[in-house]
Ligand binder design. Structure first.
Ligand code: PEP
Ligand code: MG
Length: 550
């Protein structure tokens, strides 16, 4: 039982609409490096402690491997062997002999192994992550503290963490995670992206989550952007209850105005989910995700294949291919630049492609070739465009490869301010609200802790979107949104009210956004937009729209 059974509510930023309840399991934070100060135990005691820690780790890993079965058995057995390596034991004995604490001696012994593995070539370098995991477990066991990282309580649970990095969730069995709650992180954080892409309800930026204890029952209610601690029986969701949905079909408002609902994808692997969710096409094909691990520029042949598969999945549908968006949060090794102090403001996106135009040309030629084989309506767009000169440069390159429907992403505030000029030449614009929020509000999208400013409900961001949509309407050009904002069912109404003509999102979000738009007329969307853009903060904008429309 939780120590305090009193019901209370914690505010945050909700992702998704379905409310779920379950017991909290906290993700323990990473351990700090053990200090180098001499240990207080005598060396024999320290060595005994280190050895029993490693034996315990090996036993736990083997037991887990045996119960998991399949490939996991081999992986976990291999990790157990790492913990039992005699050379590791020797290094630890030498460390405690030099006066180090058990935890520090274990840490240093693993560090030596780690460096040797990392230097031994790419195959063994992949084992470094496994070794780091064993090290964390062994150090935690020496210190008698919980093992950091991914919990595995053996029952469905609500995962509570400070924030989640991709590495934290790589080994997470999401089938038993009912919901995610993070104290930090905003609507574009990794947690939010993960929650949307897996269809897991989440509340992020929930400062009060830091004080939640394991096993406390919480109701995670993303629709109301809150977490209810110790909910009363009457508010618990009925087992198997779902929110209203509408049949799969083209997106439209209650008065029948079509709003194309498209999928964000990173490659052919994302197609089954997009097609199953009824995506009308692809609004953002993040092609750089295909090549994140490539050491050399991808060949035309490998690109043609990856593009052709996607085009083939949407005969007659729109597929918007974004050319490589390298840099900052999406570094590509083969386009590496000189190190930059602030990569988000550096040579990224179109700026990087202009420095290496042969890479862009190979990509455009590949897209063009793949497009010839399908009936998909292929559009291309450039990331991180700042003005009409950059737009024209990209359009000329696209035209030279026979790609007539070419446009830009609006992610830089300058491009929003100059949207009227851009629409004189570009066929369309797609608003990347993740980066547009980052640059408009001067908040790094990769850091947690500034959630109120990373919030796409911010009226400063909404007014920029209004400017772009208005310029698009005047010029008769389509304006889409392909940032995370499009995946928020209530914000989707506001975007439509501002004049946006298509919404592109992670596939699991399509059903909720489709249902949300089907409930309101365009006039109601416009009224919601008017309330949101005149709010004084993101929280006020959200409250004004969600409380009226709820
Ligand atoms: C964006 O910035 O909103 C966007 C859609 O692009 P990415 O998230 O890939 O930078
Ligand atoms: Mg972007």
């Amino acid at each position: 039982m939780p120590p305090d059974p009193a019901r209370r509510e914690l505010a945050g930023i909700g992702i998704g609409r379905h409310a779920v309840a379950g017991p909290v399991v906290r993700m323990a934070p990473p351990l700090p490096e053990p200090p180098t100060t001499p240990g207080t135990e005598n060396p024999d005691v320290a060595l005994g402690r280190a050895r029993s820690a490693l034996t315990g780790v090996a036993e736990t890993l083997r037991a887990r491997g045996a119960s998991a079965g399949g490939e996991a058995t081999d992986v976990l057995d291999a990790q157990a062997l790492m913990a039992e390596d005699p050379a590791l034991d020797e290094a630890i004995a030498a460390g405690v002999g030099r006066g180090l604490s058990a935890a520090r001696a274990v840490f240093e012994a693993f560090t030596g192994f780690r460096e040797a593995l990392a230097a031994a070539g790419p195959y063994l370098a992949e084992r470094v992550a496994d070794l780091d995991d064993v090290r964390q477990r062994a150090v935690a066991a020496c210190l008698g503290v919980p093992v950091p990282g991914v919990p595995d309580p053996g029952h469905p649970y609500v995962l509570v963490a400070r924030d989640l990095a991709p590495a934290d969730t790589a080994g997470l069995d999401l089938t038993t995670v009912l919901a995610l709650v993070t104290a930090e992180g905003g609507p574009t954080s990794h947690t939010a992206v993960l929650a949307r892409s897996r269809g897991i309800p989440a509340v992020v930026g929930c400062a009060g989550a830091a004080d939640l204890d394991d096993d406390t029952v919480v109701l995670v209610d993303p629709g109301a952007s809150r977490v209810v601690v110790n909910p009363i029986a009457a508010e618990m969701p009925e087992p198997g209850a779902t929110v209203r949905t509408v049949p799969i079909g083209p997106g439209r408002t209650a008065d029948g105005v079509p709003i194309a609902l498209l999928a964000n994808i990173g490659g052919p692997a994302d197609l089954p989910a997009a097609v199953a969710a009824g995506a009308e096409g692809v609004g953002l094909y993040r092609t750089e995700l295909l090549f994140l691990d490539a050491a050399t520029a991808p060949s035309a042949a490998s690109q043609v294949e990856a593009y052709r598969d996607v085009f083939a999945a949407f005969p007659g549908g729109r597929v918007v291919v974004r050319v490589l968006d390298a840099g900052a949060d999406k570094p590509l090794r083969f386009m590496a630049q000189e190190p930059e102090i602030n990569p988000a403001l550096g040579v990224r996106g179109l700026r990087a492609l202009r420095r290496q135009p042969e890479i862009l040309r190979t990509q455009l030629a590949s897209i063009s070739l793949a497009a010839q084989d399908t009936s998909a309506d292929v559009w291309v767009m450039a990331p991180m465009v700042a003005d009409v000169e950059e737009t024209e440069w990209f359009l000329a390159e696209a035209a030279a490869h026979g790609l007539g429907t070419a446009g830009v992403m609006v992610e830089v505030p300058s491009a929003a301010m100059l949207a009227d000029q851009i629409f004189e030449v570009a066929a369309f614009a797609s608003i990347g609200t993740n980066d547009l929020a980052q640059y408009a509000l001067a908040v790094d999208r990769q850091i947690g802790g500034l959630a109120t400013l990373q919030d796409p409900w911010h009226p400063g961001l909404l007014r920029l979107i209004e400017l772009i949509a208005r310029a698009g309407r005047v010029a008769g050009r389509p304006v889409g949104v392909c940032g995370e904002a499009a995946a928020d069912p209530m914000l989707a109404r506001v975007l439509v009210g501002l004049g946006v003509t298509s919404l592109s999102m992670a596939s699991p979000a399509l059903a909720d956004v489709r249902a949300s738009l089907a409930e309101v007329t365009v006039a109601e969307c416009q009224a919601a937009a008017a309330r949101a853009v005149t709010a004084r903060s993101a929280a006020e904008a959200r409250a004004r729209v969600c409380s009226v429309n709820a």
